[in-house]
Design a protein around this ligand. Structure first.
Ligand code: R5P
Length: 299
């Protein structure tokens, strides 16, 4: 029987391509909140002996995690042969160290929770900083697919003479990859984070070495956008080319997208891991291929 793909919350934008390219079936679920805030969940497709894949991007994760676990357990109770999670954006990867005494390393406990309820996981470019692989925290089989080829393709088709700029040391993994594919220069800056919405990024050095280049800021997550806003502000002081911002995951908390445009970004572009008006880079095929690998491996 065909694997059954179920979008748990709003329909994920990658779904149509995944269903078409992989030939999977679309499953139906009814998910409601009772007046007291509890979840009602009912699958409206036959799950017995089928691989069931729950698709949910985990931005705003706290309200999603309980319905997600209830859905995974229910799918198992109705006889799913395997229950996989496709989380195009995987939350809780950033707190990967205890910085202050008493602090929770939430990435560890979140990974433990997901690993308990799912057989496998597929995601796009998780925030790997102090961890090198998801296997260091997830005990289930995980598959990371990458957006870099699609980002490089987009930049090639849309930006003249790009100079890639990574706003912090973690972003080097993405800017370096994209710069190799496109054979264009890149720089990485240094960042200090003081609070969730308070960062300091070093100014951009030696811009005069790259006359007429279009600065392309590239990072994995844009959340408050403060990281990118700081770089845009530095750049605007020293050059006049339009500034392009590319993010993999369009988290955009509290008006961050508008604030980034307001700060002077000429264009803000993201992949479709999280549905947003800035989505211009489609990673659906990569997700579908990742799912296919995981289903086969688990059979
Ligand atoms: C973390 O270091 C990530 O790579 C991003 O740089 C970060 O999430 C961006 O956050 P914000 O948009 O809130 O500055």
């Amino acid at each position: 029987m065909k694997p059954l793909v179920i979008s748990l919350f709003e329909e994920h934008p990658a779904l149509p391509v995944i269903l078409k390219e992989q030939g999977y079936a679309l499953g139906e679920v009814m998910l409601r909140t009772f007046p007291d805030g509890e979840t009602y969940l009912r699958f409206q497709s036959e799950l017995k002996h089928r691989a069931v894949i729950l698709v949910a991007s985990l931005d705003s994760p706290n309200s999603k995690i309980l319905p997600l676990i209830l859905a995974a357990e229910t799918a198992r109770a109705f006889g799913a042969s395997q229950v996989g999670l496709c989380a195009p954006y995987l939350a809780y990867m950033r707190q990967d160290k205890q910085f202050k005494s008493g602090e929770s390393i939430t990435s560890l406990y979140f990974a433990k929770l997901i690993s308990k309820y799912f057989d496998w996981l597929v995601t796009v470019d998780p925030h790997l900083h102090r961890y090198h692989k998801l296997d260091e925290v997830y005990s289930i089989s995980s598959c990371t697919v990458h957006a870099t080829q699609k980002i490089a393709q987009w930049i090639k088709g849309n930006v003249k003479k790009p100079l890639l700029i990574g706003p912090d040391s973690e972003s080097k993994q993405w800017v370096e990859q994209v710069s190799k594919v496109l054979n264009v220069p890149y720089l990485t800056l240094k960042k200090k984070r003081y609070a969730g919405d308070e960062v300091e990024v070093s100014s951009v050095p030696e811009m005069e070495r790259y006359p007429n280049h279009t600065p392309v800021l590239l990072d994995d997550i844009i959340s408050t956008a403060q990281t990118m806003i700081m770089v845009v502000q530095h750049l605007k002081k020293v050059q006049s080319e339009p500034i392009v911002c590319v993010g993999i995951h369009a988290v955009f908390s509290n008006g961050a997208y508008e604030a980034l445009l307001q700060a002077g970004a000429a264009l803000v572009v993201t992949t479709n891991t999280i549905k947003h008006m800035s989505n211009q880079i489609d990673v659906s095929s990569q997700l579908g291929e990742g799912m296919h690998r995981q289903i086969k491996q688990t059979q």
